[in-house]
Write a protein that binds this ligand. Sequence first.
Ligand code: CFM
Length: 552
Amino acid sequence: MSTKKERHIADTTMEPLDIKEEILKKYPPKVARRRAKQIVVNKVEEAEQVPEILANTRTIPGILTMRGCAYAGCKGVVLGPTRDILQITHGPIGCGFYSWLTRRNQTRPRTPEGANFMTYAMSTDMQEEEIIFGGEKKLRKAIEEAVELFHPKAIGIFSTCPVGLIGDDVHAVARDMEEKYPEVNIFGFSCEGYKGVSQSAGHHIANNKVFSEVVGQVEAPKEGKFRFNILGEYNIGGDAFEIERITEECGLTIHSTFSGNSEYEEFASAHTVDLNVVMCHRSINYMAEMMEKKYGIPWFKINFIGANATAKSLRKIAAYFGDEDLMGRVEKVICDEMIEVEKVRLQVRPRCEGKTAMLFVGGSRAHHYQELFAEIGMKTLSAGYEFGHRDDYEGRKVMPSITVDADTRNIEELTVEPDPQRFQARKETADERGRLSQEGIRPGDYVGMMPEMDSNTLVIDDLNHYEMEVLMERYKPDIFCAGIKEKYVIQKGGVPLKQLHSYDYSGPYAGFRGAINFYKEIDRMVNSKLFSFVKAPWEENPQLAGSYGWTR
Ligand code: CFM
């Protein structure tokens, strides 16, 4: 560990290749060969070409990964933030409890009486008896109880590992119970934790089921001239509220957000819009593609993290609809909002300019938050995803070359055909496509993180704790962004850590007001003297000795 004095002097001259070699030196040769493909020195060339990275493969046993499981990706991430689909975890109690609201997803029913089941963690609480004799009976009972107590419009059943191991058929139970309660849409997810190498598999499973069982069930378009869905925004710390505020001022109507601050009926009628915009590409690109195939709704990537990114995204949405009044209104909103943003940014920037950050989050955020740091003059030295795929790193252009990945074997790829009645092509003529491309809109595309990072930065997939400590020692960043498992290790090493999953206790960070919150907080964190006073135990007693509680 570095001495106290050396800390906070970011060593941006450190060569990433040397650091990579240092990391690999400790591994056995086979492990080193694998990790060498997952640790890449970025190099951006013509036409957004970047080096290839190995991603979405199984973590090597023994490595302390930061990843979660498929169940977490399905129940916790994609469905968790929706308030009126009653969600039952079929499994032992811990799975339900630990996937319940830990990332601070918020919701706001339209009326005080509106259904909101998010405050409950519902589970079948499987015991040994169910593991041995089967848990379907208990699941039926749980559904009956749920219907009688809450009268929900829809129920989702989420499978945990033991459910798959003992062979409970949650789909058969869902079908039976739907016969008993035809007014309730009941569907099950085969999202056992082991179904994939990470949360990412759970996203795909969730997308498939919500698409096939929910989207298109209700024809209830909202009022509004310019209606669209936001896919992949989960209302962490109130982000979706801020996005709703801004888009409303612009005269845009968000029909449905998948799935921050959302409800069942909005999902069920999501096919009635003219546009899908994708915020988190990793977790929901499947839904965007399937809705395009079945209903003809185009999608493009946007980003509401960062004030400039927000302005750019609003302009793109307005340009897509191509309405002069709308475009004017969007410009006015940007102009008004930017006054306060600029005021704070200019105060903060001189104090943050030149400082350095590292971002290791699950998927999109490791990319999106680089924008916010750049706005206050901070540089990203290294970044990576826990479970992103090659397309999230290198851009969707590489998708044709990803033939088999970890999910291919486990997760159904739905065959989607155009809906004979409801398919309607939009913006399909050469003229319209040409206009969109002039506006910088790339339908169906995502540029990826690496083309937007500097060359000679270090991109690391599925970072582990050992590698994290090497990065900390060598680079000495001014701030590290990750999650709760990393937070205290980093802070005990004298560097502040911002949780980008749950936002610690804060937020929103999206949109204009979110950017202001972020600038102020990061300023406080990177300029605080507090962390330089931290003394790790090994600095006083260089040798830590552990002992068992017994002696021979
Ligand atoms: Fe998408 Fe997310 Fe993320 Fe994600 Fe997640 Fe998350 Fe995340 Mo934590 S959906 S990939 S599975 S932006 S919970 S809201 S913060 S790891 S970077």
